[in-house]
Design a protein around this ligand. Structure first.
Ligand code: 5RP
Length: 232
């Protein structure tokens, strides 16, 4: 599992601090990635201790981990709303909670789950924190639209690259059967308006700019955790 940037300890502290807010009876969105995995493991311990929760996985990877640690699951296609989602980010602005997600190509389901959750806790290590989002934005596209979307992104000032798989020849294929374009725009001054532009391109399934969704950001350090509450 990807661990680039922060240390395991920083990620574990963030994940566990967020998971500590889960209460009996909650339906919880289970994010994807190495930091969210710490929260999923902590929730498994909570279930072991008698807490009755249900999880909704955002990817095949988080579903497998949730099963391994004994969290009862509900399928995303059966839920209307969730109490809380805990998920990681590739980059996050702690003041606003705006973030770039999709390093694990799971951002389409992650955004659906986040959008129907009363609370979204982003868990991160300090290497993810920034004042301005400037990483490449993952954009899930229908395979047939990869060329037309790439051209549209160029018109909007982006430089898009088709994400290649590392242990398979050819492109990464998402859990939804689509491709991912990683698109660099340089420093992103207005993530909300860029997100609206990306959503308007035919063939785009979902992009990794998350704005107006996070209610708190947990940043783990070697010794403790800082929680930034967001007024969304
Ligand atoms: O958005 C994601 C997956 O699509 C992940 O949450 C994001 O890539 C962060 O992962 P990690 O905690 O392993 O750094």
């Amino acid at each position: 599992m990807k661990t680039e940037g922060g240390t395991t300890e920083q990620k574990r502290r963030a994940g566990e601090a967020a998971a500590a807010h889960v209460e009996d009876g909650m339906v919880v969105g289970l994010g994807t990635g190495s930091t969210a995995a710490h929260a999923i493991r902590a929730l498994g311990s909570t279930v072991d201790g008698g807490c009755e929760i249900h999880g909704v996985a955002t990817s095949f990877a988080s579903k497998m981990l949730a099963r391994e640690v004994g969290i009862p699951l509900r399928s995303l296609d059966t839920v209307e709303e969730l109490d809380l989602t805990i998920d990681g980010a590739d980059q996050v602005v702690t003041e606003t909670g705006a973030c770039i997600k999709g390093g694990g190509a799971a951002h389409a389901r992650e955004k659906i789950v986040a959008s129907i959750s009363s609370e979204l806790f982003i868990v991160a290590d300090p290497s993810k924190v920034t004042e301005t989002l400037d990483r490449s934005v993952p954009i899930e596209v229908l395979p047939a639209a990869r060329t037309s979307v790439t051209a549209a992104l160029t018109k909007h000032g982006g430089t898009a690259t088709l994400r290649e798989a590392t242990k398979k020849d050819g492109p990464v294929v998402t859990d939804n059967g689509n491709f991912v374009l990683d698109c660099s725009f340089g420093a992103i001054g207005g993530p909300r308006s860029l997100g609206e532009t990306l959503s308007s391109i035919p063939g785009v399934v979902e992009h990794g700019l998350f704005t107006g969704l996070a209610t708190a950001v947990y940043v783990g350090t070697a010794k403790d955790v800082t929680c930034y509450e967001i007024d969304r």
